[in-house]
Design a protein around this ligand. Sequence first.
Ligand code: FES
Length: 112
Amino acid sequence: MPKMTFILSDGTRKDVDAPVGLSVLEIAHRNEIDLEGACEGSLACSTCHVIVDPDDYERLSDATEDEEDMLDLAWGLTETSRLGCQIIMTDELDGLTVKLPAATRNMMVGTK
Ligand code: FES
């Protein structure tokens, strides 16, 4: 089974099994990784924003226009940002590494 790595907002690396056909969002939830995904993958939020390792970014299929539009709203957008619910695991993506955007958390703390 492919594996992938999440880099948590505190910098901890977490290696997890990544079953083919599941989205990065679903894989995060299965492993109790704190990626929100408020709309559950229907491209209506940007809370599943992840920052893909630049070495892996090229391996992903291109974002659709809808995904790009949502990403524009994501806080802390980077050149390798994607929506976690739109990255579907394949054998080719074995070893994928994504980072959770730390800024989202800081922003939430700030509004409390
Ligand atoms: S979970 Fe809402 S866009 Fe991914």
